[in-house]
Write a protein that binds this ligand. Structure first.
Ligand code: DAH
Length: 340
C-alpha cells in the first residue's frame, strides 16, 4: 500500500515539475474523482491491518492533499496562461446580437405609401427648405393669411422668401409645374412649424400628401379613395364621414373622420364620446392652384389630401406623447419589434 502511495506521489511530482498540463480536468478525474486512483486506495484502506492503519491513513491523507494542491496549482497556472494568450476563447458564450427595430413613424409611412401604391400612386418628394411661392402663394393663400405669420413658419435668416415648409402641399405645386397630367402622386415628408413643444404639438412632424389630377376627376373619386384607404389602414369595419372645411388650396374642402377604432363608434374618452376621430384634410384642387401651375382648369380637375403621420400612428398604436417619436428612447422603439 505504501508503495502504491509513493508511486502516485512520484507521478504527481513529475507532473507538477513540468509546471503546466494540457488537460487539468483529466488529471483531476484520474486522481481525485470517485473512480480515481486515490479513491481506489481509500477503498482498499479497509483491508489494511489494524496496526498499520495509523501510518497508512496519514500517508493517504497527505497524498490526497498533495494531489489536490498540485492540481489546483496547475489549474491556476493554465488559467493565467489562457488569459495571456491572444487565442480566442472558444468556450465563451456568444454575445447576443440586438437587432434594430423600425421607427413607428417609418412603419406607418410605409403602410400609407403601400396602400396608395396599390391605387397607382407614385412617390414624389420635394425640399424641406422652400420658398414662399411653393408653400403659400401657388397654393392660393391670401397675402394676409395667418399661416404666413412668423408665429407659424420658420424663416431661414432674414430673407422672408426662404423658409422651412409648413406642409407637404408644397410638393403638389413642385410636381404640377414640372409634370403634365395625369398626375397621381403621394408625397411623404417632414414639415416644420413654429410651435412650443408639448405632448400634443412639436416644431417638426411628418405628413403624407396625395394628389390626383386628370380629366374628369370628381369628389366621388376622392371619397372612394378615402374609404379604401381608411379600411385598408384601420380595418374593414371602418366607416368614414366627411365634414365641410376650409383650405385655401381646395374647393370644396373637407375633413375626414373615421369611426373610432378604439370603441368601434360607441363613444369613449379617446373620441371624446363622439364615436369619430378626425384624421385628414382633403378637397378638390382649387382651379386657382391648377392655373398657377400652368394646368388648364377647364380641362383638368383633381383632388388632394393631406394627413399627419404622427396622428395616424397615434390612432393605430395609442402613443400619448408626441415627444416620444423624437426622443429615440430604445425602450419605446423596441415596442414596435413585432409590428413589422
Ligand atoms: N396642408 C394641410 C395641412 O398642413 C393638409 C391638407 C389639407 C392637405 C387638405 C391637402 C388638402 O392636400 O387637400 O394641414
Amino acid at each position: 500500500m505504501i508503495d502504491k502511495i509513493n508511486a502516485i506521489r512520484a507521478e504527481l511530482a513529475a507532473i507538477a515539475s513540468e509546471g503546466a498540463a494540457a488537460d487539468v480536468e483529466a488529471l483531476r478525474i484520474k486522481y481525485l474523482s470517485k473512480k480515481g486512483a486515490i479513491s481506489a486506495l481509500m477503498n482498499d484502506f479497509r483491508n489494511v491491518p489494524a496496526e498499520q492503519k495509523r501510518e497508512i491513513g496519514q500517508a493517504l491523507n497527505e497524498l490526497k492533499n498533495y494531489a489536490t494542491d498540485t492540481i489546483n496549482a496547475l489549474r491556476e497556472a493554465s488559467a493565467a496562461g489562457a488569459a495571456k494568450s491572444d487565442a480566442p476563447d472558444l468556450t465563451r458564450t456568444a454575445a447576443p446580437l440586438r437587432t434594430g427595430t423600425r421607427h413607428p413613424l417609418s412603419l406607418v409611412r410605409e403602410q400609407i405609401i403601400d396602400i396608395f401604391r396599390r391605387l397607382g400612386f407614385t412617390i414624389a418628394e420635394g425640399p424641406e427648405i422652400e420658398d414662399d411661392w411653393h408653400v403659400f402663394e401657388s397654393l392660393n393663400f391670401p397675402a394676409d393669411h395667418p399661416a404666413r405669420d412668423m408665429q407659424d413658419t420658420f424663416f431661414i435668416g432674414r430673407n422672408p422668401d426662404v423658409l422651412l415648409r409648413t406642409h407637404t402641399s408644397s410638393v403638389q405645386t413642385r410636381v404640377m409645374t414640372s409634370q403634365k397630367p395625369p398626375i397621381r402622386i403621394i408625397c411623404p415628408g417632414r414639415v416644420y412649424r413654429n410651435e412650443a413643444i408639448s405632448a400634443r404639438a412639436h416644431c417638426f412632424f411628418h405628413q403624407v400628401e396625395a394628389l390626383y389630377v386628370d380629366r374628369n376627376v370628381t369628389f366621388a373619386d376622392l371619397r372612394q379613395t378615402l374609404l379604401y384607404f381608411a379600411r385598408e389602414m384601420f380595418g374593414p369595419q371602418t366607416e368614414i364621414r366627411l365634414r365641410p372645411s376650409y383650405f385655401p388650396f381646395t374647393e370644396p374642402s373637407a375633413e375626414m373622420d373615421i369611426s373610432c377604432n378604439l370603441c368601434g363608434g360607441k363613444g369613449c374618452s379617446f373620441c371624446k364620446g363622439t364615436g369619430w376621430v378626425e384624421i385628414l384634410g382633403c378637397g378638390m384642387v382649387d382651379p386657382n392652384v391648377l392655373e398657377s401651375c400652368g394646368i388648364n382648369s377647364k380641362e383638368y380637375t383633381g383632388f388632394a389630401l393631406g394627413m399627419g403621420i404622427e396622428r395616424i400612428t397615434n390612432l393605430k398604436y395609442q402613443v400619448k406623447d408626441l415627444r416620444m417619436f423624437s426622443e429615440n428612447d430604445v425602450r419605446f422603439l423596441e415596442e414596435f419589434t413585432s409590428a413589422h
